[in-house]
Ligand binder design. Structure first.
Ligand code: NI
Length: 540
């Protein structure tokens, strides 16, 4: 309990004043009557306001979104990968935009909504985005959310090179997320878009997406509350402010106008949940005749309403109530990461790493590295190797990586009959279908040797490459990195072989190096948005 401010007949004080009129009616009445006695006066029978308390703090007016839903779960301090999110990062200097966000493996609805929010931020820049990459060691391999970014001051979000546009002027767009909830089957991700110009922050919006990872359903922060909640919140706040300002009236507060109701709605959008209930911050600017009569034309600072128990339950929507019921239970975990998570290569700088001649005894290690780096790859497999390591072919398929045929016996297809060439390709595809259940309909001709006769006989896209690392010559780790990370451009298809231990040993540095430059690593199919063109394919 803090001291009572006493009667105030001016705008509400800027110094820290806490009025906590109890979480139960008795405490409220006793506390207020005791601290602010008026001689010769009998306190009226105020209606109980159980579960509602009010805090008037000396905060500078809160910027929109700065009171994002920070949840006291201790689960929020993460970029996302350790919870199982797919981490993304998009830097585009031409559009003066940086975006850090997450996706949920395989959960379309959440990912589509995230993508809509991102597209909204991009369209706000007024610049058509084409993917950009950056010099070696640009430091972009850390993607995903930024802990604390929902509640940090907007100007800081813009100025921080980890979240804002990277020219350091604070002019541009920051699209960031903060994982603010993780319990039961629910993860909550607060997505914030901050826009700034030479004159400072011009826009700051936030919304929290709540995903139920057991069903794939997605709700937004606005859906947590019943239709009546904004009006009731506003009314309670005015009742409490009236009392704080010395008002003695117990008359019902007149209904808010639409602008005041909107103020309450926005406050509910960014409510944060605590162990005991919810904390809702109404920005400055509460206007009511009941307050004006007491000399408060408009509140000058933020008003925090804390609500728990029955009132909170009454204000929550059925979804909100169900979500609250899960509090205190550990997060059940995310669907497993998969390489075939859709990627928009018109926004992100995509490249496709490819591995030929496997699977081999080194492939399992490579798959571990790909998973750790959240990187997709495409494997062009030889028939004999699939027969030798069927479980590895199965794992490649199960984890969502791309698979293509690299022929049964690795011949130069241009030196054999078109019929034989076709059989070399499609026999592996039939074998892969049996082993993995996957339909395979692209191939990589051994040695890159393909001609019109072969192309027409096979009738499938022949996936070649735009970067040959010549890894089979064992050039050494540094040279391998230079030949891939050092030269890649968006749209490249990069050739490696998972037959060679040196290639697999270097994969972590290569993948990390590419991601660090801003690349997102995708399968060949993803590189073309699922529509691989026919004929010879060397790059996007
Ligand atoms: Ni080969």
């Amino acid at each position: 309990m803090q001291q009572h401010p006493g009667k105030q007949r001016s705008a509400l004080p800027a110094r820290a004043v806490r009025l906590v009129c109890g979480t139960i009616a008795a405490a409220l009445l006793a506390g207020c009557a005791q601290i602010a006695p008026v001689s010769g006066w009998e306190p009226p029978a105020w209606p109980p306001v159980a579960g509602v308390s009010l805090v008037v703090a000396d905060d500078t007016p809160t910027e929109a979104g700065s009171a994002g839903a920070v949840v006291a779960d201790g689960s929020a301090a993460t970029g996302g990968q350790d919870l199982g999110f797919v981490e993304r990062r998009l830097r585009n200097d031409r559009a003066r935009l940086q975006a850090r966000y997450v996706e949920i493996p395989g959960w379309h609805r959440f990912n589509v909504r995230m993508s809509e929010l991102l597209r909204g931020a991009i369209s706000g820049t007024g610049t058509a985005i084409s993917p950009e990459v950056f010099p070696v060691s640009a430091g972009l391999s850390h993607g995903g959310c930024v802990p604390g970014s929902a509640s940090r001051p907007a100007a800081q979000v813009l100025a921080d090179p980890g979240t804002g546009p990277l020219d350091g002027t604070g002019t541009g767009t920051a699209f960031v997320c903060d994982i603010t909830t993780a319990f039961g089957a629910i993860v909550g991700v607060t997505v914030r878009t901050v826009v700034g110009g030479p004159e400072g922050v011009t826009s700051d919006t936030a919304v929290t997406l709540y995903a139920d990872v057991s069903t794939g359903e997605v709700h937004e922060s606005g859906e947590l509350w019943s239709a009546e909640a904004p009006g009731q919140l506003w009314t309670r706040a005015v009742e409490l402010l009236r009392r704080q300002a010395g008002g003695l009236s117990a008359a019902p507060v007149a209904a808010p106008d639409e602008a005041q109701l909107e103020l309450a709605r926005r406050a509910l959008e960014s409510a944060s949940f605590t162990e005991s209930g919810a904390s809702i911050v109404l920005p400055a600017g509460i206007v009511a005749p009941e307050l004006a009569g007491l000399g408060v034309e408009s509140t000058e600072s933020a008003t925090t309403v804390e609500v728990g128990g029955e009132p909170l339950t009454a204000w929550l929507s059925p979804f909100g109530a169900a979500m609250q019921a899960g509090r205190g239970t550990p997060f059940v975990g995310m669907p497993a990461w998969r390489a075939d998570q859709p990627v928009d290569c018109s926004l992100l700088a995509c490249a496709a790493v490819t591995y030929d001649d496997g699977p081999s005894e080194h492939t399992a290690r490579l798959l571990d590295t790909l998973r750790a780096e959240q990187s997709a790859a495409t494997f062009f497999m030889i028939g004999s190797a699939v027969r030798a390591f069927p479980e590895l072919a199965q794992r490649v398929a199960a984890e969502g990586h791309g698979i293509g045929s690299h022929t049964m016996t690795h011949p130069d297809l241009t030196t054999i009959s078109p019929e034989k060439a076709r059989a070399e390709v499609v026999d592996v595809e039939a074998l892969l279908a049996r082993v993995t259940g996957r339909t395979v309909a692209t191939y990589r001709p051994p040695y890159g040797a393909v001609n019109e006769r072969v192309l027409s006989a096979v009738g499938q896209p022949a996936i070649l490459w735009s970067i040959d690392t010549l890894d089979w010559k064992k050039p050494g780790r540094e040279e391998l990195v230079q030949r891939s990370v050092g030269v890649a451009t968006p749209g490249d298809i990069i050739l490696f072989h998972d037959l060679h231990p040196e290639t697999v040993d270097s994969a972590d540095v290569v993948l990390r190096g590419l991601r660090d430059r801003g690349f997102t690593l995708v399968t060949v199919e993803q590189l073309f948005g699922g529509q691989v063109p026919g004929g010879r394919v060397t790059r996007r």
